[in-house]
Design a protein around this ligand. Structure first.
Ligand code: FE
Length: 240
């Protein structure tokens, strides 16, 4: 499986293009609407067939490019069934998988940051969204977030993966690109092995973070695959 990591500097969001080199089938994980042109050019330059856009959750800090990309490349939008999405093509759940060439994309439901978070496991790499970040984790103070639930998701799902599994996060604010399960189990200051569930809940309750800048636009728009303009012309390919 081939992976290209892409970055949106305004929101510090990582988007991933993953593809099967034999078949040319591809998926985009967490595309950002402002970067749709870049992503479509890359898919075409590489001669790939984009089958899916995969959302790790309904984002509050940027608007997804999934709907715009679907309109142009006829890709299928996947998001977890808890999302209350008005326009996804497939509502996924824990244990599902979707084929990508000769590979399978495995879906793990990992609620806690929101109740719709999933991680995608592909060929020894996990795309962890905001569930687990490098030396960090997603916040749990809005959008159905729950610190105890996030603790359980990370410990029961992610930290039981093989230690050499590569982690590709949804964001990084310090230029780091990837990590491994072993590294985060050992050295993640919020949730390394040995930190109890109660300790983690206290830590998360004391973060006092400002709300994401785009939360009032992003969340309702992302329930419609990133479409802010609800005119019929803008919703082509987005059945609601
Ligand atoms: Fe998020």
């Amino acid at each position: 499986m081939e992976i290209q990591q892409l970055f949106d500097p305004d929101s510090s969001t990582y988007t991933y293009l993953v593809w099967d080199a034999h078949s040319g089938e591809a998926a985009l994980i967490d595309p950002v609407r402002q970067q749709v042109g870049r992503d479509i050019r890359l898919v075409r330059q590489l001669g790939l067939k984009l089958k899916y856009t995969l959302e790790t959750h309904i984002h509050a800090d940027h608007i997804t490019g999934a709907g715009a990309i679907r309109n142009i490349l006829n890709s299928i939008v996947l998001v977890h069934e808890n999302s209350r999405s008005k326009c996804a093509d497939v509502l996924i759940k824990d244990g599902d998988f979707v084929p990508l060439g000769t590979q399978k994309i495995h879906i793990m439901h990992t609620p806690g940051h929101t109740d719709s978070d999933v991680c995608y496991l592909i060929d020894g790499a996990v795309f962890s969204g905001d569930t687990l970040l490098i030396k960090d984790c997603g916040r749990t103070d809005f959008q159905s977030g729950d610190a105890g639930t996030l603790y359980d998701s990370i410990n029961r799902h992610l930290f039981t993966l093989p230690g050499d599994t590569r982690i590709y996060p949804g964001h990084d604010y310090n230029g780091r690109t990837h990590s491994t399960i072993a590294e985060e189990r050992l050295n993640n200051p919020r949730i390394r092995k040995g930190i109890t569930r109660d300790e983690f809940i206290v830590t998360m309750s004391q973060l006092e973070l400002a709300p994401p800048q785009q939360i009032h636009d992003a969340w309702p728009s992302n329930l419609r695959c990133g479409t802010l303009d609800y005119s019929p012309a803008s919703m082509v390919g987005c059945p609601i």
